[in-house]
Design a protein around this ligand. Structure first.
Ligand code: HEC
Ligand code: HEC
Length: 456
C-alpha cells in the first residue's frame, strides 16, 4: 500500500511538472513563424461562424437583380459572386475550393473566422499575406448569415448576436475592431477572469483599416496610437470570447508567440510594374528632406523613428484616439494582456504614430481610417474625394492605390447593405482631412516622391 502511494506520487511528480518548469520552458520557447501560419489556417480559436450549407445559401438574401443572376449561375460562379459580395479572399493555398483565406474549416463543415479575414488581402487581384483586407464586408456577411440561419432553422452564433448589440463595420474594408476589444475586455478582470454579467462601458463606435503586418517588425509598440508594447499577449485580444477563459488563454500563449513570429517574418511586397529610377532617385532626396523625420529612411542604414504626432498638428480624424479613455488605457496596461506593465507610466498619446512606409504602394486605402484611396490623394489633400467606391480588382498605377469612382455625396437610391460599398468621408470617424505636410512641395516634387514610394 505504502509502496503503491510512493509510486503514484513519483509518477505525479515526473509526469505532471510543477508551475515553475513550465514557465521556465515558455520563457525559452523558440517561436516558429511557419507554425504560426499553420495555426492561423488550421486551429480554431473561436467557434464556427456558419457552416457550408449556410455559405451556399447566402445568395438567397441578396437584392433581387443579384439574386436572379446567382440563381442562373454555376456553383463556381456563385462562389465567386459570394466572395465578391462580402470581400472574402480566395486562399492562395487552395484557391477556388474550401473556406476563404480568412476562415478555417473546423472539420465539421464549419467556417471559423481567423486573423486573415482582416489581415489577408489582395491587391490588383493578387492575395498577399499581412495585407489588410480592404474588401472585407463583415457587417453585411454577418447580417446575411443570420438571415440564412433563421431561414434554415439554425442556432445563432456569437457574431450573429454581437452584431445586434454593436456595429461591426459601416464601410467594406474597415471594421469596428477596437470597440470589439473594449466590449470583450469589459467582461474580464486584470487576470482575464470572466464575469459574464458585467455591463459594457459607453463606446464610441468607429471603423478602422488594419495596418499591414510586414511593418510590425519595425515597431516597438502596437496599434495606431502605440497603445501597448509589442508582444504576443495583446494580439490575443481578437479571441477573447468569454468561453476562452484565463486558463485557455494561458494555454495558447506559445501559439500566439508563433503567430507573432509569423507576422514579424513577413516582407513588404515589391511593386510589380516598371519604376522610373531617375525620377525615384530625385524623389528620395525630397522624401529624406520632407518626410523622413517622421517616416524614417529606407534601404541601406534604414532608420525608423516611431514618432507620435500630436493631432493638432496632424489634423486627421480624432475618433480613434478619443474612443479609448484614460481609464481603459490604464486598465489595459495593468492587465495580463500588457504583461501587467506598471513600469510604463500610463501612456496618454496625443496623436497617431507615423507608420513605416514599406510596401505602401500596396496597402491602400490610406490613413488609419482608410479614408484616402490613393497615395496621390495623400499628397493632394484638397483633391481627396468626398465619397468614393472602389472597383473589385482595379489598381490605379497613375495615382498608386485603389481604382475608384468618386461622388460628391452618396448617390440617390443607394440603400441598405449597398451603402457599405461607398466610403463617405462626411460620416463620424471617417474624415479624410489632415496630414497637410505635402503642401510644402511643388507638383514636380510630388511626382518624384510618388515614384520613390514605389521602391519602398
Ligand atoms: C475584424 C478585423 C480584424 C481581425 C479579425 C483581426 N484584426 Fe488585427 N487589427 C485590426 C485593426 C482594425 C487593427 C488596428 C487597430 C488599432 O491600431 O487601433 C489591427 C491591429 C493589429 C496589430 C497591430 C499592428 C500594428 O502595426 O500596430 C496586430 C499585430 C494584429 N492586429 C494582429 C492580429 C491577430 C494576430 C489577429 C488574430 C488573432 C487579428 N489581428 C485579428 C483588425 C483585425
Ligand atoms: C510631422 C510628421 C509627418 C510628416 C512630416 C509626414 N508625415 Fe506622413 N504621416 C504622419 C502620421 C502621424 C501619419 C498617420 C496619420 C493617420 O493615420 O491618421 C502619416 C501617414 C502617412 C501616409 C499613410 C500611411 C498609411 O499606411 O496609411 C503616407 C502615405 C504618408 N504619411 C506619406 C508622407 C509623405 C510622402 C510625407 C512627406 C511629403 C509625409 N508623409 C510627411 C506623419 C508625418
Amino acid at each position: 500500500m505504502q509502496l503503491q502511494r510512493i509510486i503514484i506520487l513519483l509518477v505525479i511528480l515526473v509526469v505532471i511538472p510543477s508551475d515553475e518548469p513550465i514557465r521556465a520552458a515558455d520563457a525559452q520557447y523558440v517561436p516558429s513563424a511557419q507554425r504560426g501560419y499553420e495555426l492561423l489556417t488550421s486551429k480554431a480559436f473561436l467557434p464556427a461562424d456558419f457552416d457550408q450549407q449556410v455559405f451556399e445559401d447566402l445568395w438567397k438574401t441578396w437584392p433581387k437583380d443579384l439574386r436572379d443572376l446567382a440563381q442562373k449561375a454555376t456553383p463556381e460562379e456563385r462562389r465567386r459572386m459570394t466572395f465578391s459580395r462580402y470581400g472574402l479572399i480566395e486562399s492562395p493555398d487552395h484557391p477556388g475550393t474550401g473556406t476563404a483565406w480568412g476562415h478555417l474549416p473546423n472539420g465539421q463543415g464549419g467556417w471559423v473566422m481567423n486573423c486573415l479575414s482582416c489581415h489577408g488581402g489582395k491587391v490588383a487581384g493578387k492575395a498577399i499575406a499581412g495585407l489588410p483586407n480592404s474588401h472585407f464586408g463583415l457587417e453585411t456577411l454577418t447580417e446575411d448569415v443570420r438571415a440564412t440561419k433563421i431561414r434554415q432553422g439554425k442556432k445563432l452564433g456569437h457574431m450573429d448576436l454581437a452584431q445586434l448589440g454593436m456595429p461591426l463595420g459601416s464601410t467594406h474594408g474597415t471594421t469596428n475592431s477596437v470597440m470589439f476589444g473594449v466590449a470583450l475586455e469589459a467582461l474580464r478582470d486584470a487576470d482575464m477572469k470572466v464575469y459574464r454579467n458585467r455591463l459594457p462601458p459607453p463606446m464610441q463606435h468607429h471603423d478602422l483599416d488594419a495596418p499591414p503586418f510586414w511593418n510590425v517588425k519595425r515597431k516597438s509598440r502596437l496599434y495606431y496610437d502605440g497603445l501597448v508594447k509589442k508582444g504576443h499577449r495583446p494580439i490575443i485580444q481578437f479571441v477573447l470570447l468569454p468561453k476562452n477563459d484565463e486558463k485557455v488563454l494561458a494555454s495558447w500563449e506559445n501559439d500566439f508567440r508563433d503567430i507573432l513570429a509569423w507576422i514579424e517574418s513577413l516582407e513588404a511586397p515589391k511593386y510589380p510594374w516598371e519604376i522610373d529610377a531617375a525620377l525615384a532617385d530625385s524623389g528620395q532626396k525630397v522624401f529624406n528632406r520632407q518626410c523622413a523625420l517622421c517616416h524614417g529612411t529606407y534601404g541601406a542604414n534604414e532608420h525608423y523613428p516611431e514618432k507620435i504626432i500630436a493631432l493638432d498638428r496632424l489634423g486627421t480624424d480624432p475618433v480613434r484616439l478619443t474612443s479609448l479613455t484614460a481609464e481603459y488605457r490604464k486598465e489595459f496596461q495593468h492587465s495580463w494582456l500588457a504583461n501587467y506593465d506598471t513600469t510604463d507610466p500610463v501612456w496618454l498619446p496625443k496623436g497617431y504614430v507615423a507608420p513605416p512606409l514599406n510596401g505602401i504602394w500596396a496597402s491602400g486605402p490610406y490613413l488609419h481610417n482608410g479614408s484616402v484611396p490613393t497615395l496621390w490623394h495623400v499628397l493632394h489633400p484638397d483633391q481627396r474625394p468626398k465619397v468614393w467606391k472602389r472597383t473589385e480588382d482595379g489598381y490605379d498605377r497613375e495615382k498608386l492605390g485603389l481604382e475608384i469612382i468618386t461622388h460628391d455625396s452618396l448617390p440617390d437610391g443607394v440603400t441598405g447593405a449597398d451603402r457599405r460599398y461607398y466610403f463617405d468621408t462626411s460620416r463620424p470617424g471617417k474624415s479624410a482631412a489632415g496630414h497637410r505636410f505635402p503642401d510644402e512641395l511643388t507638383e514636380e516634387e510630388k511626382r518624384a516622391i510618388l515614384e520613390y514610394l514605389k521602391t519602398l
